[in-house]
Design a protein around this ligand. Sequence first.
Ligand code: FMN
Length: 188
Amino acid sequence: MKQIWKAGNLLNPTPVVMLSCGAEGEKPNIITLAWAGTVCSEPPMLSVSIRKERFSHHMVQESGEFVVNLVSRELARACDFCGVKSGRDLDKFAACGLTPAPAPGLTLAPLIAESPVNLSCRVEQVLELGSHDMFIGRIMQVSVEESLLNERGGLDLNRAGLIAYSHGEYQALGETLGRFGFSVKKEQ
Ligand SMILES: Cc1cc2nc3c(=O)[nH]c(=O)nc-3n(C[C@H](O)[C@H](O)[C@H](O)COP(=O)(O)O)c2cc1C
């Protein structure tokens, strides 16, 4: 038996990312976002949805740039902090002991050095959807921590210890159930 509930956003799990941004004459800032997603492969594009009232909103809007920083277990606490405190009141890089570093391909938004993977993005479109404005970002460059590379130079993202967000909780990824296409792969 299913209960029928009124409409609400129960799409779970979602990624949780730390978006870093910068603007002319302002300290860089970090905002935690769960409303983020991949929207196009070629050209590579993603979306982030930000409420107008967030301090970060004007920085992304005015600079036309942002960095999506993937979140490892080690960053879970800082990730939550950047989602409950505002850059209006404090410097979140300093408060979390995080390091802003130049983001390849961008001029104003820094990347978070402690994050294992950073996606440098330029804003392509803004969609005013309602509670949130959706920024479509074109991924200009990707920075990958070298320790995530295997002997053949390939990316082993399991080494990053990434986390996801599900119904209010930060959860660690871990158990592999299969690889892409495993359902149709012939037994050797
Ligand atoms: C797990 C988590 C996910 C969040 N996702 C979003 C989101 O997708 N969009 C948004 O506008 N705010 C989101 N927030 C809230 C902002 O991160 C929060 O209001 C933050 O303090 C804003 O910072 P700022 O004022 O420095 O921009 C989220 C917060 C948490 C803890």
